[in-house]
Design a protein around this ligand. Structure first.
Ligand SMILES: Cc1cc2nc3c(=O)[nH]c(=O)nc-3n(C[C@H](O)[C@H](O)[C@H](O)COP(=O)(O)O)c2cc1C
Length: 171
């Protein structure tokens, strides 16, 4: 357990990548596998992940969101048609499902010494248009991935977490 907590504490949002060092396919495959193993509501697995890594696709993405020059960006989308239309689910779980899939991949990246940054501030419509995403898919978050540059360091508030008493109430 300590190893896992250490991994959680050591991970930080990487905002400067070594653009000349590509992510090997085998490393990317392990990160994607960690996402595939994530639990989802009713095991529907509505996530659809676009791996943006060709120069052409990166240029399209960067016209909407720069992503700190990461050599690979995962566009994590939810298929809202399959995620919403199931009995007993009264609201769409697609975003929650995508969040846990992305969390798995982010922590897997850290375990492989790959830097990552979760990005939500982008224009959903512009990004969907730029990548020509199907209408049933909503891009909820981006996961920028790559080896950190020599100058990459944690943001000033990285270690800033509320004490347990602020976030946890025992009843
Ligand atoms: C849901 C979510 C959305 C985020 N969106 C962005 C974003 O749009 N741009 C960005 O630079 N960082 C983004 N981040 C990273 C957070 O700013 C960062 O995790 C937080 O400040 C704590 O810093 P740390 O990750 O270095 O520990 C996001 C993180 C999460 C979990």
């Amino acid at each position: 357990m300590m190893d896992f907590l250490k991994l959680c504490a050591n991970r930080y949002s990487a905002r400067s990548f070594d653009e000349r060092r590509p992510l090997p396919d085998a490393v990317l495959a392990q990160i994607l596998e960690a996402g595939r193993l994530a639990p989802t509501a009713m095991n529907i697995q509505p996530q659809r992940i676009f791996v943006v890594q060709s120069e052409e696709a990166l240029a399209k993405l960067r016209s909407v969101k720069k992503c700190f020059g990461a050599p690979v960006v995962l566009v994590v989308c939810g298929d809202t048609e399959v995620a919403c239309n199931r009995p007993k689910v009264d609201h769409c779980m697609a975003e929650q499902d995508c969040a846990i899939v992305t969390t798995h991949m982010m922590l897997a990246a850290e375990s492989l010494d790959v830097g990552s940054c979760w990005i939500c501030s982008f224009d959903v419509e512009a990004l969907s248009n730029a990548l020509e995403l199907p209408a049933n898919l909503t891009p909820y978050m981006l996961l920028a991935l790559g080896y950190r540059s020599g100058t990459c360091e944690p943001g000033p508030r990285h270690a800033d977490r509320h004490p347990m008493s602020h976030t946890v109430t025992v009843l």
